[in-house]
Design a protein. Structure first.
Length: 515
């Protein structure tokens, strides 16, 4: 991957051993360029010890982050060792950092705060990145998922893409600024949270308990994809997400006669549910284009080098009927180098994620169950309408379909909460953060097209969105489709060179807030 000039290439990129051998390397001092960024003793005093912190290599940081096993199996992960190490990185840079314990032992948050210009009245910028990761199937990995193995130009590890890679790029970029004696026009809060992947003590709990530490004017977290052309490396589309899809779960249950396994009966719950899942596996919700997704696909049409895909996109965007929209959308997905991503941006999706039935090999069980994870498009098909459509499909098969909600919550209460999230508008594009992201994209990836987008997954932005605080998302490295599939999968990885360029991108984003 070619790194364009002007992407922070002039900045000292000396590499440190902190990511491999501990924190000692980050404590090394570099010759500061801060004297060029401000004059007089007052400016020097404000920068203080921060100006002596040396920039850390993002690859070294990522290797160290990946070495911490922070798997979250649903009740929080052990994030304390990771938080203690990262706190020492911030300490070495002269940045105040605090570990926030939760009721779950060793499941902790870390908050670092880079003070802005004295007397600034600007609300802080908050950088949100989770430290926990989903579990791994070790037997299906080609490398140890917790060593940060570099192979054929890619770095492997659970969290390399989601989202320790983004954390490493952001922290490295901020350390580079601090090594130059940078002063920002506002405080920058770096929250490394826990329980994003599952658990009871994530950002929602933290916001209830410590909102004073999180109050800000804008938030940047995971989200927007940086997609490559068909060659897999040339930057094509740089996106920042303004919205997340609406997350909800359905439970499918089939019932039959419980009896001895020596005498099978035709009403087997497992067989009935399997047939229902097979039918639903081929079912596609209707395509729905919103203002956000339409802008995304228009940008993709401008960005792609594939003429056939460009034509299909234009057909889809010009469709006058649902039938022609569906046909054109199917063609777009078939031609796309990122078919699963683009299918997810077009409709409500279903994923069959948990199946359970039976308890003994000589007993035919009376019930079989499947959990279906669904994600709807804000402003598209309403979750309540999707639920009704699935119930109609399953009625003929005598399958019970229930909407999973919080304990003690009625279905209507759950649907009302989903309606509210469905109707939440996308983040405003007229903010300094959105402007900074767009300017950084143009400077770092001048050959690519920049666009806002919808995130097909979910983030920890809920507490800020509920208060009307604009939140955006980026994964700041160009990826190919195989790497995208590795998210939450096996052999998760990103390009080493993409991580370096992504760090330059984040450096440019933060540059927009320098005094």
């Amino acid at each position: 991957m070619v790194r364009p000039e002007g992407s922070g290439a002039q900045v000292d990129r000396r590499k440190f051993v902190a990511g491999v051998g501990g924190v000692a390397g980050l404590a090394a001092l570099a010759t500061t360029a801060g004297s060029q960024l401000g004059t007089g003793p007052a400016a020097a005093s404000r920068r203080g010890a921060r100006s002596a912190a040396a920039p850390a290599d993002p690859l070294a940081l990522l290797k160290k982050m990946l070495s911490f096993d922070t798997q979250n199996f649903g009740k929080g992960g052990n994030t304390r060792p990771h938080a203690e190490w990262l706190k020492s990185v911030w300490d070495a840079a002269g940045v105040p950092a605090e570990i926030i314990a939760t009721p779950q032992p060793d499941n902790v948050h870390l908050i670092a705060r880079i003070p802005g210009k004295a007397g600034s009245k600007e609300k802080p910028l908050l950088l949100l990145g989770h430290s926990d990761v989903v579990p791994v199937e070790r037997e299906n990995w080609s490398v140890d998922p917790f060593t940060g193995t570099v192979k054929d130009g890619e770095i492997y590890g659970r969290g390399a893409l989601d989202m320790k890679g983004a954390n490493a790029a952001s922290v490295s970029a901020l350390l580079r600024h601090l090594s130059q004696g940078a002063e920002f026009d506002r405080d920058i809060i770096v929250l490394t949270d826990c329980d994003e992947e599952a658990g009871s003590y994530g950002s929602g709990w933290l916001a209830k308990e410590h909102w004073d530490k999180l109050d800000c004017g804008m938030v940047l977290t995971e989200g927007g994809w940086f997609l490559a052309q068909s060659d897999g490396t040339t930057p094509m589309l740089i996106t920042v997400t303004r919205q997340d899809k609406v997350y909800f779960n359905l439970d499918l249950r089939a019932r039959g006669t419980a009896t001895h396994s020596s005498k099978p009966m035709p009403d087997s719950a497992i067989v009935g549910l399997s047939r229902a899942v097979s039918e639903l596996g081929d079912h596609k919700a209707p395509v729905a284009l919103t203002d956000v997704t339409r802008a995304y696909f228009e940008a993709l049409a401008r960005a792609t080098d594939d003429r056939k895909l460009r034509s299909a996109l234009r057909l889809m965007l010009k469709a006058r009927s649902q039938r022609s929209l569906e046909r054109a959308a199917a063609l777009v997905v078939r031609l796309s180098d990122y078919p699963y991503l683009h299918s997810a941006l077009l409709r409500t999706t279903m994923a069959f994620v948990i199946e359970d039935a039976g308890y003994k090999e000589n007993v035919i069980p009376s019930e079989a169950h499947v959990r279906v994870n669904c994600r709807g498009i804000p402003g598209g098909q309403k979750p309540r309408d999707f639920l009704a459509s699935i119930r109609r499909l399953m009625d003929e098969r005598d399958i019970e379909v229930t909407l999973a909600g919080a304990e003690g919550e009625t279905e209507e209460q759950t649907l009302a909460a989903l309606d509210k999230r469905w109707a939440t508008p996308p983040a405003d594009v007229k903010t300094p953060l959105f402007s900074g992201i767009s300017q950084a994209a143009v400077k770092t990836y001048p050959e690519a097209v920049f666009t806002p987008a919808l995130f097909e997954a979910g983030t920890s932005l809920g507490p800020w969105r509920e208060k009307g605080i604009p939140g955006y998302g980026v994964y700041p490295y160009v990826i190919d489709n195989d790497q995208l599939i590795g998210m939450h999968g096996n052999d998760e990885r990103i390009f080493v060179e993409a991580l370096a360029t992504g760090t330059d991108f984040m450096y440019e984003v933060f540059s927009r807030f320098r005094v």
